[in-house]
Design a protein around this ligand. Structure first.
Ligand code: HEC
Length: 125
């Protein structure tokens, strides 16, 4: 019995550790978002603040939050916010897409990008 249960338990423990790690990333991302993004981006209310609402942003076409007055650069970009695009945007938004209204943020640390991405992915529409 023990011999059967032990591997199952080990598997469960690994899954729990992975879950915990994911949660730690999300929590860290939420804190980073709070300092780096939240003053311009609402995530709870169904409205834009100074910047567009970011719910459902991972996988959303750029410039598609209805009612927000996007710059031509962003509205006409034709891109989709994949994780890679969001990384490039966080790293150097002006370099990635010149001419938008978003002030430059330069988050070059990949781990910090990872954390913010993990948090953004939880913002379902
Ligand atoms: C100083 C205010 C400000 C800060 C800080 C800021 N943003 Fe923005 N953000 C904007 C504005 C304004 C726009 C719209 C730009 C445009 O239309 O040209 C925007 C647009 C975006 C978009 C495109 C949304 C869409 O609907 O296509 C994403 C993604 C984004 N910001 C993510 C972030 C993240 C992540 C952070 C934090 C790391 C951040 N922003 C920090 C003001 C800000």
């Amino acid at each position: 019995m023990i011999r059967i249960l032990l591997p199952a338990f080990a598997l469960l423990a690994t899954a729990a550790a992975a879950d915990t790690f994911e949660q730690v990333k999300i929590d860290a991302g939420a804190a980073l978002f709070e300092t780096a993004c939240k003053r311009c981006h609402s995530v709870e209310a169904d409205r834009a603040s100074y910047g567009p609402l970011l719910t459902g942003i991972v996988g959303r076409p750029a410039g598609s939050f209805e009612g927000y007055g996007y710059s031509d650069a962003l509205a006409g970009s034709g891109i989709v916010w994949t994780p890679a695009a969001l990384r490039a945007w966080m790293e150097d938004n002006d370099g990635f897409m010149p001419g938008t209204k978003m002030r430059h943020v330069g988050i070059e640390d990949r781990t910090v990008q990872d954390f913010i991405l993990a948090y953004l992915a939880t913002l379902a529409e």
